[in-house]
Write a protein that binds this ligand. Structure first.
Ligand SMILES: Nc1ncnc2c1ncn2[C@@H]1O[C@H](COP(=O)(O)OP(=O)(O)OP(=O)(O)O)[C@@H](O)[C@H]1O
Length: 259
């Protein structure tokens, strides 16, 4: 762990989903410290509790036990913004209004919020579409709008649940590169869920691998690939391949149930 202040601290966090006839332990004894400005990814077998953990961080779900601390540095910004896999843009709003939506809710004056939104729209390459409506955009473009909106909100932490999971490979690479660029400039604490080892490697400072059911922390791996990163060149490095192997071998034990 790098010597920097913590943005997120989880202590012995657990989650049990209870219904009348059954109970499912989704998370067990999660202990975690995520540094301020860190890009932290979570990978793990399907159903290991990744989304549950992110929803707890977002305050959309309550933990059954343990403690969660998020370092709030300013009252003038939201604690978190979330980007989901499925597109979550408002179809009746233009691109600029979608990106500025969170700012409008917080009462930021129109001129100021449009300046901020325009900045992020430029960063994700949609300047010519600022006045367009979502039905005029491709799936990849809509997902860019979601990413721009999350950054424009300027939250304490950014939570991303497989944001590029439904995109084709070309669009996925373009959005990963844009996310790298925008994150490099803002150094926003980011928790990112993905099923792709490659995506986690290209983007992250550290990757947490979770155990299969119930979800616990299996291991956390430092990704010591140099920044700023270029996705096409990073994949050709020997270190990338070493880390890929290490993560896959660890993950495989969980995916195949070979513990
Ligand atoms: N609302 C709920 N009620 C009951 N059980 C739930 C609920 N939400 C999640 N679970 C269970 O908790 C466990 C973890 O689910 P979760 O969606 O967090 O996993 P995940 O790692 O994100 O999965 P995937 O990679 O497939 O998206 C699963 O066994 C799931 O069935």
């Amino acid at each position: 762990m790098m010597a920097r202040e913590h943005s997120i601290v989880l202590k012995e966090v657990g989650k049990v989903f209870r219904s009348q006839h059954s109970s499912v332990t989704a998370l067990h004894n999660i202990n975690l410290e995520i540094g301020s400005g860190e890009f932290f990814s979570i990978v793990g077998p399907s159903g290991c509790g990744k989304t549950t953990l992110l929803r707890i961080l977002a305050g959309l779900e309550t933990a059954s036990g343990g403690g969660i601390e998020i370092n709030v540095t300013s009252k003038d910004r939201p604690v978190n913004s979330m980007v989901f896999q499925e597109q979550s843009v408002f179809p009746w709003m233009t691109v600029i209004d979608n990106v500025a939506y969170g700012l409008r809710l917080r009462g930021v004056p129109k001129k100021e919020r449009n300046t901020i939104a325009t900045h992020y729209i430029k960063m994700i390459g949609l300047t010519n579409f600022a006045a367009a409506y979502p039905h005029q955009l491709s799936g990849g473009m809509k997902q860019r709008v979601s990413v721009a909106r999350a950054f424009a909100n300027n939250p304490e932490i950014l939570l991303m649940d497989e944001p590029f999971g439904s995109l084709d490979e070309q669009n996925r690479i373009i959005l990963q590169q844009e996310l790298l660029k925008i994150w490099d400039m803002s150094k926003k604490t980011t928790v990112f869920i993905t099923h792709s080892i490659d995506e986690a490697l290209c983007l992250s400072d550290r990757i947490m691998i979770m155990t299969a059911h119930p979800g616990t922390v299996k291991t956390i791996i430092d990704i010591d690939l140099p920044r700023p990163r270029d996705i096409s060149t990073i994949r050709t490095s020997g270190r990338y391949n070493e880390l890929y192997q290490k993560i896959w071998l660890t993950l495989q034990e969980e995916v195949l149930g070979n513990k």
